[in-house]
Design a protein around this ligand. Structure first.
Ligand code: FES
Length: 340
């Protein structure tokens, strides 16, 4: 009687499919014809290889031939391409045709062997290891054992030290910028210092720390790419009465001029758009919107904290300078989950 378990067994192991005889299996003429077809395909592949060799050796590099629709074509490259394509295509076709018509197609079942070694092999292995350990005599030679352990331990230290060469940690890198107390604000591009009186109400300027102040002067006056990535600041001038800031934040402005890091506090894009009427800064990446009048407070979008504000003032000549470095890290705040 057929049971459910019998049914499942037959689904799990259907066994080899019944062999269906092909024409070449039963008819010698069909077999001969299939053999000739395979030989022709191999021969065509050989023709392709010869065409490739001929094109490479005998066709000059500057010969062009006209082909309808395709126009003038480089003859040598055309020959190489067609030769390679023919060679590979007919080689594959010959192999497939041979396998399908002439090769034995009887299914062979190859059962997997158990991966586990036999008990005898395992015992042999353990015995060999024990004999090896006994031969080394580590148990008896305590001095060698200890000095070896110490040297291996010390050997592991240099790679740890070399980790320092991978550069500073990202958090530390973003915590420090080239803005220092007294650093002049210069235009980007142009590197010109800015007089507070140069800025009109409503204007926005992108600025960088002056190179002379950032320690990059002398033989290498160019800015480092990493500095360009984290130093940019947006300078915006409002009417002083437009601000709605805490006394500390207000003290960081100068006569209506306020400075914010240009690096978005969401994922680090450049905050590039300023709406003069609403006094909002917009990040084009995910539309975080910052209210300039309220210290770049986030009023829309995924950013978790305001843009860091740079404390600015003027020097004796009236040029805008940083009064202090940024008091918080610039850029993305993914490590500061609690910041607001
Ligand atoms: S990077 Fe600015 S909103 Fe996402």
């Amino acid at each position: 009687m057929r049971t459910v378990s019998n049914e499942i067994e037959s689904i799990k192991d259907p066994g080899p499919a019944p062999h269906v005889l092909r024409a070449a299996d039963v008819n010698p003429r069909s077999e001969k014809r299939a053999e000739q077809q395979v030989a022709i395909l191999f021969a065509l592949s050989g023709v392709g290889s010869l065409l490739l060799i001929y094109s490479y050796v005998f066709i000059a590099n500057d010969v062009f031939i006209f082909i309808p629709v395709m126009g003038n074509q480089h003859a040598q490259q055309l020959g190489l391409g067609i030769g390679m394509a023919m060679s590979l295509f007919f080689l594959g076709m010959a192999a497939i045709h041979w396998a399908k018509t002439l090769m034995s197609e009887t299914e062979v079942v190859n059962h997997r062997h158990e991966f586990r070694s036999s008990d005898e092999d395992r015992e042999d292995f353990i015995k060999t290891v024990k004999e090896g350990v006994a031969g080394v005599q580590l148990g008896r030679r305590k001095l060698i054992k200890r000095s070896m352990a110490a040297s291996i331990g010390l050997f592991a230290l240099p790679p740890v030290l070399l980790l320092r060469d991978l550069g500073p940690l990202p958090k530390k890198q973003l915590e420090t910028t080239n803005w220092k107390s007294g650093t002049r604000l210069v235009t980007d591009p142009g590197d010109r210092p800015i007089l507070a009186s140069d800025l009109e109400v409503g204007s926005v300027v992108q600025v960088l720390p002056a190179i002379a102040e950032s320690g990059e002067k002398g033989e290498h006056p160019e800015r480092l790419l990493s500095d360009i990535a984290k130093d940019p600041v947006l300078l915006i001038r409002l009417r002083p009465e437009d601000f709605n800031l805490t006394p500390e934040k207000l003290a960081m402005t100068h006569e209506g001029i306020i400075a914010f890091s240009k690096i978005c506090s969401h994922m680090g894009c450049a905050v590039a758009l300023y709406e003069q009427t609403t006094k909002h800064l917009l990040c084009p990446c995910h539309q975080s919107t910052f209210d300039v009048t309220r210290g770049a407070k986030v009023i829309f979008g995924p950013a978790a904290r305001p843009l860091p504000q740079l404390d600015i003032t003027i020097d004796a000549e009236g040029y805008l300078i940083a009064r202090a470095p940024f008091s918080e890290s610039v850029g993305p705040s993914y490590w500061e989950r609690n910041s607001q």
